[in-house]
Design a protein. Structure first.
Length: 272
């Protein structure tokens, strides 16, 4: 029986690697992959388990430099070209200085460029020329306030915020709830909307929200992959969305005619 000649295939194709350090409870590996082009592979590792619910305490624990460095070192054997820390709260809990120090710690451990979700957020806001942003979070009020402070520290005005008050099982939130919170958050005019937390599903809802709200919609996993792939000199892929497709961007000068009317702040208990 003759063997089949498959030499014409010439493969497998060379792969470029992106290392990802995620919190122990991260459940959306597949969502990250959806933004990644075929020639790039993701290599994920997780921080050690700790019996703490989603909170500022957990954000600090999973972002300790020693924990991050250990995660990066587990990836060095497969030689990724960039390393990303896929956690929003863990990368904003120490403010801008804390986020920069985390990147430096990861780069020292892996000898490759490093990004974090919150650092990628600020990079995306700059890319899109955003001065006013609305926020959606699944967090408690204390974690949400820390995000507001981080964004404000970067010089961006927070125009509105809606939060869910969750401390666990964030990856189970349906798109319907995410969309409802987004509509609450943009009751005041904003240049963009950011949906926080890498454990909150957002991939399929972004194009629909952009079409409805008429502003760029950013999410934690989206900005993380966009920034990491940017370091490789390649682009994220995905359905029509402003961050990764310049053709989808609305002229900031034109947003004034499409923004929602100014209304009084919504009390916190109504936002939850």
């Amino acid at each position: 029986m003759s063997s089949l000649d498959i030499s014409f295939l010439g493969g497998p194709r060379p792969q470029r690697g992106v290392g990802v350090v995620a919190p122990f409870d991260f459940a959306l590996d597949r969502e990250l992959w959806r933004w990644v082009p075929d020639e790039v592979s993701l290599h994920l590792t997780r921080t050690p388990f700790v019996p703490v619910e989603v909170s500022l305490d957990l954000a600090r624990i999973v972002s300790e430099h020693e924990t991050l460095s250990d995660g990066v070192r587990t990836l060095t054997a497969i030689a990724p070209e960039v390393v990303a820390y896929a956690c929003t709260s863990g990368s904003f809990v120490g403010g801008i200085a804390g986020e920069r120090a985390m990147c430096e710690a990861m780069t020292r451990s892996g000898a490759v460029p490093s990004v974090t979700t919150s650092g990628a957020l600020l990079e995306a806001l700059t890319e899109l020329g955003v001065r006013r942003v609305a926020l959606v979070t699944p967090y408690t009020v204390s974690v949400t306030r820390a995000l507001e402070e981080y964004v404000a520290e970067a010089g961006t005005v927070v125009t509105g915020c809606a939060f869910m008050g969750l401390t666990r099982h964030i990856w189970k939130v349906p798109y319907r709830d995410v969309a409802d919170m987004a509509r609450q958050a943009v009751r005041r005019p904003a240049d963009a909307l950011f949906i926080s937390c890498t454990n909150l599903p957002t991939y399929d809802v972004i194009p629909q929200l952009e079409a409805e709200l008429r502003i760029p919609v950013l999410s934690a996993n989206q900005v993380t992959m966009w920034a990491a792939l940017r370091r490789l000199g390649t682009r994220a892929v995905g359905p029509y969305q402003a961050l990764i497709d310049p053709a989808a961007r609305i002229d900031p000068a034109a947003r004034g005619g499409t923004a929602l009317p100014d209304v009084p702040d919504v009390p916190e208990q109504e936002q939850q």
